[in-house]
Design a protein around this ligand. Structure first.
Ligand SMILES: [Zn+2]
Length: 196
């Protein structure tokens, strides 16, 4: 006789999936930005920008975003995700001030308000990060990060032998003697077709 599997208590909220994928995409772009700064460092320096600052913040937010995205998908390392989002907010706050306030476009000679643009971008990033923080503290999202020991960490040694079916093991609903299913360590009522 076969039994249906015990439904998993850990179902990833759809919002978490979307946010995790967004985090991973944004992280990839951060790495591209850092790579671009590394490749065109001379151009950045020519207009008075520091390629090192762009590379460091790009790589750092890329690593943080990737780690947070993967942890969110797996429902693991809740504190790491919270910490990554908080550090991401701090980087977004500092980032506009790592660069000169304005640069002169070497071709057109026009002044570009670099800090203003950077602050606007940071404001959007911080707003998104705050929404993520708020969402992560919702009960059903937090619950997804709770470990499910029976499913995720099977005991390394042989499980203790199941208690023999006794008269006490009767279905509380219909009174039919319950069958112990060693595979799931649960009692099965053949009449109700449910685990008890
Ligand atoms: Zn029953």
């Amino acid at each position: 006789m076969t039994y249906p599997p015990v439904p998993s208590a850990r179902k990833r909220p759809i919002g978490l999936t979307i946010l995790a994928v967004l985090f991973i995409i944004v992280s990839v772009f951060a790495f591209f930005g850092a790579a671009g700064a590394a490749a065109q460092g001379a151009i950045l320096e020519a207009v008075g920008m520091s390629p090192t600052a762009v590379i460091i913040t790009g790589v750092l937010s890329g690593i943080l975003g990737l780690a947070a995205g993967v942890a969110m998908l797996m429902g693991r390392a809740y504190m790491l995700v919270i910490g990554a989002v908080v550090i991401y907010i701090i980087i977004s706050l500092i980032n506009p001030f790592l660069q000169p306030a304005a640069i002169t476009d070497p071709i057109t000679g026009q002044q570009i308000d670099l800090r203003g643009q950077s602050l606007a971008g940071s404001a959007i990033s911080i707003l998104i990060a705050l929404v993520v923080l708020f969402y992560l503290t919702r009960g059903h999202v937090k619950a997804f990060f709770q470990p499910a020991p029976s499913a995720m960490y099977p005991p390394p040694t042989a499980p203790t032998p199941p208690p023999p079916p006794t008269a006490a093991s009767a279905c509380p609903t219909c009174g039919t003697p319950l069958q112990f299913v060693p595979q799931y360590q649960r009692y099965w009522c053949p009449t109700c077709r449910q685990y008890r």
